[in-house]
Design a protein around this ligand. Structure first.
Ligand code: SF4
Length: 256
């Protein structure tokens, strides 16, 4: 689900199987929301999502896409390796004994993530008094980093900035009430149909009802020829009316 932070309307909702990671859906959802906003001459500038959507490929995608991502970096990520400063121009690390660990090549882990590998010269490590502590069971010290280190670092810096804290609070105060409303008052506590397509329809109808209520509360045009006509109109372009009224500042993505 994606929710607009300016007006708290649902800008996208979809059903997916639970065997995938949240992060794999971010690009698809983001592109669909952007496309929908674009048809209404609006542009998405910021995207907020929780840690489940954190991965290097998503950070890189948002950078390329010129959308500022406010997605907390996964807990395991370390922006620096203690004792091993990085030299960006030379693309190499140096060790506590001031020996270089230059870039040596790419590899891929079992998730398919492309990694960059750096290692020190075995002759340096062999003669080093720190060898037992630094590279105990190997010929030399090696370092592996994701190819998305740069977008990761940017995301990390944003997350720990003052604005990052504000965006975190905004994310929590935007999506949770909408999520709560859908489960408490719009029948999404359980999905009573089989199959993804059926689940998607149920979720879409709940989102339409939610947005329609918002629209009417904001003084939108009341339906004059009955609820059926209204529903058909809404189904044909249910977000159009909302986006003509509002200027969304950002879109927030949340998995139910
Ligand atoms: S073991 Fe190798 S990498 Fe580690 S401090 Fe010594 S020279 Fe540097």
């Amino acid at each position: 689900m994606a929710v607009d932070t300016a007006e708290r309307v649902i800008s996208h909702i979809q059903a997916d199987f639970a065997d995938g990671r949240d992060s794999q859906y971010l690009k698809g959802i983001g592109l669909r929301v952007q496309d929908r906003l674009g048809k209404n001459e609006l542009t998405m500038t910021d995207l907020l999502a929780d840690t489940g959507y954190s991965n290097g490929s998503n950070y890189d995608f948002l950078e390329q896409w010129k959308v500022t991502g406010w997605i907390p970096v996964f807990g395991k990520y370390k922006p620096e390796i203690e004792g091993f400063p990085y030299n960006k121009e030379r693309d190499e690390y140096s060790c506590p004994m001031d020996r270089p660990l230059p870039f040596k090549g790419f590899s891929t882990n079992k998730d398919g993530t492309v990694l960059k590998n750096y290692w020190a010269a075995p002759r340096d490590c062999k003669a080093c008094p720190m060898k037992l502590r630094c590279a105990p069971k190997k010929k030399c010290k090696s370092i592996t980093r994701t190819i998305y280190d740069e977008p990761y670092l940017k995301a990390y810096a944003r997350q720990h900035s003052e604005r990052g804290w504000q965006m975190k609070r905004l994310r929590q105060s935007t999506v949770e009430p909408v999520f709560g409303s859908l489960t408490q008052f719009y029948g999404l506590r359980k999905i009573g149909v089989l199959g993804k397509a059926g689940a998607h329809k149920v979720m879409l109808m709940a989102a339409i009802a939610f947005n329609l209520k918002k629209y009417l509360k904001k003084g939108g045009r009341k339906p004059s020829i009955g609820i059926l006509r209204t529903i058909i109109d809404v189904l044909q372009g249910y977000l159009t009316a909302f986006y003509r009224q509002i200027q969304p500042r950002a879109v927030l993505i949340k998995t139910m």
